[in-house]
Write a protein that binds this ligand. Structure first.
Ligand SMILES: Cc1cc2nc3c(=O)[nH]c(=O)nc-3n(C[C@H](O)[C@H](O)[C@H](O)COP(=O)(O)OP(=O)(O)OC[C@H]3O[C@@H](n4cnc5c(N)ncnc54)[C@H](O)[C@@H]3O)c2cc1C
Length: 284
């Protein structure tokens, strides 16, 4: 199917984009890489009257070092995030997760901000962003506000971004020297995860001193396995200790049941994948 007819606007600044959004009201939709929105338009699950293309707003693209955080512009492609040395050094979990997003073609078109704004619970970037305490900078007609990751993901495909607002950048607090791993379970390559786990750990002299664990596709939003994180702290980075800590990974989750597996299967997967992710992260 082809999308329903729409008007197309291509602003060159955030201010122009916000004003186009305000003019169009509920009838507008912004497009970033189009990798999620275009299929939705083609299936006519949504038929906005105006499409606002963010592709010409250079200010939304790029990665910078901002002292204690790495800042990723919303329109930075997955491929550029994947290749960035600052991200690799200070937010390794993001590098690991973005490498698992779809395939190279999609990673060259899709954007970091677009994926997070889309808020698919099976998306690979939400749980790592949550685990790393990312902050989301959102621009609107009244100015800019910053939303913590714990408040950003509201529900299935729903974030704290209002209809008249734009995600401009994502701040990731540095975790320099931490080990990280993203363990994604799929049936075939380049698929959305059935379940995936993002882990980042700080290991001092063989003991885990800090830990972050994010769960993908274990509920309507990305989740943080805080009980696992607490259980890991002070433990040796051994299979036995990590296995025991990972046992609670499925607690308090509400995963979907579908043809790939039911909720109990996903809870089981969460414990197995958490153990693998933490051990891989702790191993460097
Ligand atoms: C075949 C296929 C396989 C895929 N596999 C995976 C996968 O394994 N893992 C994974 O994580 N993703 C996967 N994706 C999705 C991919 O990561 C997309 O890049 C991502 O979901 C959306 O990014 P985008 O830049 O293309 O956003 P778009 O499709 O342009 O937009 C998505 C949504 O976000 C909104 N939006 C975009 N940017 C902003 C902004 N700055 N401010 C406010 N709202 C905004 C749009 O209005 C729209 O509602 C896959 C996609 C395809 C087509």
């Amino acid at each position: 199917m082809i999308p329903a007819k729409f008007d197309y606007v291509a602003p060159t600044s955030v201010e122009e984009a916000l004003s186009a959004l305000a003019d169009a009201g509920d009838d507008a939709k912004v497009i970033a890489g189009g990798q999620s929105l275009l299929p939705v338009l083609r299936m006519r699950l949504n038929a906005p009257e105006v499409i606002i293309d963010l592709g010409r707003i250079d200010a939304l693209r790029g990665i910078r070092d901002d002292g204690d955080a790495i800042v990723i512009g919303a329109m930075t492609t997955h491929a550029d995030v994947q290749a960035d040395p600052l991200v690799r050094e200070h937010a390794t979990l993001i590098t690991k997760a973005v490498t698992e997003v779809a395939d190279p073609q999609i990673r060259h078109r899709g954007t970091f901000g677009g994926a997070l704004a889309h808020a698919d619970p099976a998306g690979d970037l939400g749980a790592p962003a949550l685990a790393l305490d990312a902050e989301f900078v959102i621009a609107g007609s009244g100015g800019t506000r910053t939303v913590a990751a714990s408040d950003f993901f509201v529900d299935l495909f729903t974030t704290a971004i209002e209809d008249d607002e734009l995600l401009t950048e994502v701040r990731i607090p540095k975790k320099t020297g931490w080990g990280a791993h993203y363990e994604k379970f799929v049936r075939v390559a380049h698929q959305w995860p059935i379940v995936a786990i993002g882990a980042a750990v700080k290991v001092d002299g063989g003991t885990i001193s800090e830990a972050r664990v994010g769960l993908t596709n274990m509920g309507s939003t990305p989740l943080r396995a805080t009980s696992v994180e607490q259980a890991l702290v002070g433990q040796p980075a051994t299979d036995e200790a990590v296995r025991a800590a990972a046992a609670s990974a499925g607690e308090g989750t509400n995963p979907p049941s579908d043809l790939n597996g039911d909720a109990d299967y996903r809870r089981h997967l969460a414990t197995v994948l958490t153990r693998r992710a933490v051990l891989a992260a702790a191993g460097g």
